[in-house]
Design a protein around this ligand. Structure first.
Ligand code: 5GP
Ligand code: ZN
Length: 113
């Protein structure tokens, strides 16, 4: 499949992987917007947030748990951080494999869009 994030999962292209388990993998964004900018994705190819079904609720919950653990590991948990999921073209999603951005390490703007 021609999906850049599936290629990172498969090890076909390099990724600065910081965490993985059976269900999810996390790596540093190639174009970081803050000193901590991690991407957390399911290993299963799900195109976007809009493609999640009720049965995927444990998976998305697990992604949030992993993100919180990584925020602590990165040392940004106390001062605060942001989890973002862009969905679809107008939601700003460029890579069509569901992903969560974990951003922190500076005061993020209040801008939501
Ligand atoms: P989106 O706009 O889809 O929510 O975010 C996609 C993110 O993936 C962007 O922040 C972009 O910098 C990152 N990205 C795109 N291609 C690659 C890649 O090949 N490797 C890594 N590590 N990040 C990527
Ligand atoms: Zn994929």
């Amino acid at each position: 499949m021609d999906c850049i994030f599936c290629k990172i999962i498969a090890g076909e292209i390099p990724g600065d992987i910081v965490y993985q388990d059976e269900e999810v993998i996390a790596f540093r964004d190639i174009n970081p917007q803050a000193s901590t900018h991690l991407i957390i994705i399911p290993k299963k190819h799900i195109p976007s947030l809009a493609d999640l079904s009720e049965a995927d609720s444990p998976l998305i919950g697990h992604m949030v748990t992993v993100a919180n653990q990584l925020a602590r590991k990165e040392g940004i948990a106390e001062k605060g951080y942001r989890l973002t999921i862009n969905c679809g073209e107008q939601g700003g999603q460029l890579v069509p494999h569901l992903h969560m951005h974990l951003l922190g390490g500076r005061r993020l703007t209040g801008k939501l869009g």
